[in-house]
Design a protein around this ligand. Sequence first.
Ligand code: FE2
Length: 236
Amino acid sequence: MIFKQLFDTKSSTYTYIISSGIGREALLIDPVIENTQDYLDILNSLKLKLVKVIDTHIHADHISGLKELKTQTNCLTIMGEKSLSEIVALKVKDGEKIKIENIELTSIYTPGHTDDSYSFLMKDRVFTGDTLLINGTGRTDFQNGNSKDQYHSLFERLLKLPSETLVYPAHDYKGNKVSTIGDQKKNNPRLQVNSVDEYVELMKNLKLSSPKMMDIAVPANIKGINLKEFEETIKK
Ligand code: FE2
């Protein structure tokens, strides 16, 4: 299997490139538009063909590369069925499988950070979007976020996975790259709560400022934006 974790320094986003390595099909998770050419160069150097691209949710802190990658490679764009995206070709239900060659990802509906947040389980690892971060959890104070829903997504879905399952989040701000469900259960400060009410209280008191890109990124990611339109937007 080919597995690459790429980091966008501006938004601290992790993007994942996955391929079985048997055939030449590849899948990307959470691409950032500014890095489109880097992704294509990496895929080219590995002689991979991009066939599918997934966003875990509508991002507020960066512009997704989905539309541009679709334009350049004709890959299939995928999000969860609750996504408001107007451009994705396939919206998957909870439990639905996404396949490339002998690799299979299962979608897990994990609302809370946003109401369109999905995680994706692939054998020994789970891509948790902004639902479960390493030693943190995604904020729940905009985009129909809901701390109660997030508690259930965490405690009834993600933390029920085998403890050795590798956790690959959509962001990290401290240089962490990977953890495990077991390690997060034990050491993630947000998960050391005894009830849903305690979690809701904890999330209520975070007092975070809004992401800088939010007003541009959310509508752009719902409508879809290509590189040319993006460059015009940031010039303004
Ligand atoms: Fe997010």
